[in-house]
Design a protein around this ligand. Sequence first.
Ligand code: GLV
Length: 307
Amino acid sequence: MRLLLHVPKAPDEWRDAFVRALPGTEVRAWAPGPAWQADYAAFWHPPRELLDGQARLKAAFNLAAGVDATLKSLALPPGVPLVRLEDAGMGKQMEEYVAWAVLRYFRRLDDYARQQARAEWRVHRPPRHDEFPTGVMGLGVLGLRLAAMLRALGFPVLGWSASRKVLDGVCTFAGAGELDAFLRATRALVCMLPLTPDTAGLLNRATLGRLPPGAYVINVARGGIVVDDDLLALLDSGHLAGATLDAFHAEPLPAAHRFWSHPKVFLTPHCSALTLVEDSVAQVAGKIRAFERGEAVTGVVDRARGY
Ligand code: GLV
């Protein structure tokens, strides 16, 4: 069996992990030129021509959860399933990051940090979970984990997704028609949506303006879902109390961007959930073995839907 590999970072680590996970498989890094005929391909940030000339490819594996960059850049041979990572060690990291961000706002640790800068000793009244409904946008593998985690922390949890999901203990909303009701009832908004033509710019002045005054925005998905100037305007006007951002339109975030220095923005360099080599390779190898047995796998991307 042959596996074509293209990863911009740590290629040797990925290759060695695939060789260990799939004994007997020839793993080769992609290079421009005539196609080396492979059975499977695994990649991140693929060049457009990565799969050109591949005649017998059985499946293509996106070594990330989000496929927006791949669908934009890669010429995917027709009929070849594109499979994305599902959790693969990202879920736990996401839970930690979002738990931290929500608790930081809920327990007013951002306010206490500002007080510390002024040497101000002042205790705010105890926070109440029932006054702090959290809302998760995007109820895929990661979004579901976040909803369950927030519930376990004692918060009321709302969920919004494009198609209807029924979840124990979570008040769910679906589609454009129910977005306003979801936003109006959400105090801490957690964005875990895929970036698609339908979600690009979805969090804008109108939608974010429907969050109640003093709401918070946590974006751990893709920068393109948020209209930056609209978010900044709502933070400046005081309608929104804070934003924690891990994903941006352009990455690295340009040094001149206002997010860097905005007092109500806390940002991180797209590290809320890093791709873990061993976990990801174990998952992809398991799915390759399933393909070889003729079994169906989960995580196949619906190209029309964009995720
Ligand atoms: C990270 O952003 C991913 O899509 O896995």
